[in-house]
Design a protein around this ligand. Structure first.
Ligand code: CMC
Length: 429
């Protein structure tokens, strides 16, 4: 008869242990009983990069990386991208259910109320150099929100948490837009609650001298889709950072800034920026084979926008973004870098190096092309990722704080440094 346990024989001592298997996992703490003797600390697991460690139970996002499946709260990403808006999806991700019409109207109203940014933060953004990387400015401005809202430290109060959640989702967009305007030396456009969340975001970013700014419906829809696709992705590096910082009960703005900082790395959310720079460097489709050969040599160059820790199949978000890019180009005109990207994908998907390692295009492979078509500089791309990912980060922060199994995040280490030794005075070194 099958049993949901794991039998372990410790060959050092001959002792046999029976360890429960729950939800396909063993508890790391159950291994601590495996000891050489009473003084022994007990067995640990060693997992750099947490590649095979579940750090939480989560009901937010489901990914099947082998099948290429992504769902938020059970809803397939394809259905949400086709039918939902970013703000509705954010509500779903944060609160667990699709909103009723009344709930959605209230949510939209509450969010638009909070899009206004205190002038202190606006002034702070103005103090950064014009060529400061927008992600550095974004991270700093998000962190500085904790100076305005000291009440946010009351993380155990549910009503207070809800207020901070609304502020974070709303103000991430305004900070992103003000950062972009500052980089260009343009005056900011204040939020306009006569527009949708995305329409308002486009206006804050792109309105120049027009009296009445009308967001282009194709671009508004495209941005809704991109924001939906970027809204959450379970326990990725940035989300893990949010949870780690949140686990100390730090205020959520500090945790959010930490999550955004993690996103800023080129192996994570800054890959979209790196993809565009790579496409520009390759220049035209005939240069693709030589570039692929360089990547395969493995001397440090990677095919950016390819590969994923979880997906060992085509990233489902990439398929939707590729189709969206084609719609956008009908409005903005053809971008020759798309031809380079298509050629890269075509050649890589036939090449044994990429096929054998199950390296497929990921979410970042085509998204930069849409942002470039909107005239955004590559340095803004990761900010465009961080704005919608804010709703995922806050959803995980809320889930963490209401999860009785969670504790302050504090891993173990295997110490590899010197044994105890005596201090050597300077004159004898
Ligand atoms: N180009 C060339 N080779 C690659 C690539 C790539 N993009 N990605 C992985 N490999 C190779 C890697 O060299 C290794 O080969 P070998 O087994 O011969 O040593 C093998 O594939 C496994 O790679 P890994 O680095 O152990 O895999 P990982 O799960 O630790 O890394 C990754 C995942 C996303 C960091 C990596 O695939 C990568 O660097 N991709 C490029 C950057 C990128 O597009 N990042 C965006 C990820 S999706 C959005 C997000 O997370 O924010």
């Amino acid at each position: 008869m099958s049993k949901n346990t794991l039998s372990v024989t410790d060959n050092r001592t001959g002792a046999i242990y029976e360890i429960p298997i729950v939800d396909g996992a063993v508890k790391a703490m159950d291994l601590r009983q495996i000891r050489l003797n009473q003084e022994d600390f007990g067995l640990m697991t060693y997992d750099p990069g947490l590649t095979n460690t579940a750090s939480t139970r989560s009901a937010i996002t489901y990914i099947d990386g082998d099948q290429g499946i992504l769902r938020y709260r059970g809803y397939p990403i394809e259905q949400l991208a086709a039918q939902s808006t970013y703000l509705e999806t954010a509500y779903l991700i944060i609160f667990g259910e699709l909103p009723t019409p009344e709930q959605l109207a209230k949510w939209e109203h509450d969010i638009s109320r909070h899009t206004l940014l205190h002038t202190n933060i606006q002034n702070l953004i103005q103090t950064f150099r014009f060529n400061a990387h927008p992600m550095s400015v974004f991270i700093s401005a998000i962190a500085s929100l904790s100076t305005l809202y000291p009440d946010a430290r009351r993380v155990t109060d549910p009503a207070n948490r809800r207020l901070q959640v609304e502020r974070m989702v709303a103000k991430a967009a305004t900070i992103a837009a003000f950062t972009y305007r500052h980089n260009h030396g343009w005056p900011v456009n204040l939020p306009d609650d006569g527009l949708s969340f995305i329409g308002n975001f486009l206006k804050m970013m792109f309105r120049m001298t027009e009296v009445k700014y009308e967001p282009d419906p194709v671009l508004e829809r495209a941005l809704n889709i991109l924001f939906i696709l970027h809204a959450d992705h379970e326990q990725n590096c940035g989300t893990n950072a949010m949870r780690v910082i949140g686990s100390s009960q730090a205020d959520p703005y500090s945790a959010l800034a930490g999550a955004a900082a993690a996103l800023y790395g080129p192996l994570h959310g800054a890959a979209n920026e790196a993809v565009l720079r790579m496409l520009e460097e390759i220049g035209s489709p005939e240069n693709v084979p030589a570039f692929i050969e360089r990547v395969k040599k493995g001397d440090g160059e990677r095919l950016m926008g390819f590969g994923h820790r979880v997906y060992k199949n085509y990233d489902p978000r990439c398929r939707i973004i590729k189709a969206t890019a084609e719609e956008v180009f009908k409005v903005t005109g053809h971008n020759k870098l798309l031809d380079v990207a298509l050629e890269l994908e075509r050649i890589a998907l036939q090449d044994d190096y990429f096929v054998s390692r199950k390296l497929y295009p990921n979410v970042d492979f085509y998204s930069g092309l849409i942002y470039r078509a909107m005239n955004l500089p590559a340095s803004m791309f990761t900010v465009m990722f961080a704005v919608p990912r804010t709703c995922g980060w806050v959803a995980h922060w809320l889930e963490l704080l209401t999860d009785n199994e969670q504790k302050i995040s504090r891993p173990r280490q295997i110490y590899t440094g010197p044994e105890v030794r005596d201090y050597v005075p300077m004159g004898r070194r």
